[in-house]
Design a protein around this ligand. Sequence first.
Ligand SMILES: NC(=O)c1ccc[n+]([C@@H]2O[C@H](COP(=O)([O-])OP(=O)(O)OC[C@H]3O[C@@H](n4cnc5c(N)ncnc54)[C@H](OP(=O)(O)O)[C@@H]3O)[C@@H](O)[C@H]2O)c1
Length: 331
Amino acid sequence: MEIPESMKVMGIREPGGPEVMQFESRPVPQPGPAEILIRVQAAGVNRPDVMQRLGRYPPPPGASDVLGLEIAGTVVKCGSGVTRWVPGESVCALLAGGGYAEYAVAPEPQCLPLPEGITAREAAVLPETFFTVWTNVFDRGKLEKGETLLVHGGTSGIGTTAIQLGVAWGATVYTTAGTNEKCEACLRLGATHAVNYRADDFGEVLRRETAGRGIDVILDIVGGDYFPKNIALLALEGRLVQIALLRGTTVSLDLGDAMRRRLTITGSTLRPRSVAEKGAIAESLLTHVWPLIATGRVRPVIHAAFPLSEASAAHRLMESGEHIGKIVLDV
Ligand SMILES: NC(=O)c1ccc[n+]([C@@H]2O[C@H](COP(=O)([O-])OP(=O)(O)OC[C@H]3O[C@@H](n4cnc5c(N)ncnc54)[C@H](OP(=O)(O)O)[C@@H]3O)[C@@H](O)[C@H]2O)c1
């Protein structure tokens, strides 16, 4: 397979608004040991890309400075020691950066085959949210069949994934979103009840909905003033899983209350975790989640697709907050 020496990437002139993104020419990266080179067909857009563009979320040491945490495409070259892939195969991959480009390198353990019946565009929006939701809701939150799950930001990329996985797992899923239209979209994804947080107090509504019992697992991206409400809403032995802090990082907690109700407060960030840890999450997804996607029980929710040349428009849409599900770039 012929591989050019240079490629187009969507670079960032300087930290700032969507207009700072522009095409640059870079050398095509070379796969190191246990890495594969992928010709990118599509790249998912995620909120952390916006934060990185603004200069508030630098790439971890050693990662590409080009935006893009997830892609799908074709394997074009394998580094030494790669055993699972050969050139010509279709893959999707979780990256620590470098997805907004014609070619990208990914560690072998972070690559997955396309689920049956799924296009490259659909597969490109799977890794970032599915790795994140799996490791947080199931590994850390330990959601069990028959339990209740509350997903804040139900129409975010993370939210649409978490609602569907929770429902497929046999949990009763509640969610919050900022408009009635978004709440309806959450119900269509299988949520039992969606609270418009701008109109109603989610704590009061969901205490009523659960007949005072509360929620077993809460997946939260908001933090700040949501924290005391989340804590109050947790059931006995409840688990709060924090994965972002849109409204603030500093909170206060009555440790006595947490102790008496045997609560767990946890959370994680995916990007800095080791290749081995990400590989373990990939194995779980392959076993437990890829079959759900292949049968259509769980599906990627794509709000809009843009060509890579219009990455600025994709970021503007994400920042408008109007999207329901994921935004994808065709490369
Ligand atoms: N920890 C990790 O490993 C990890 C990995 C990936 C993503 N994340 C984080 O997860 C979050 C979702 O990511 P995404 O890519 O799915 O983003 P996204 O699609 O852009 O969604 C962001 C959501 O946040 C809601 N929102 C924004 N401001 C809010 C506020 N002040 N109060 C309540 N809700 C608010 C918006 O919905 P409404 O219109 O309903 O308000 C929107 O649905 C991001 O904060 C991201 O940084 C964390």
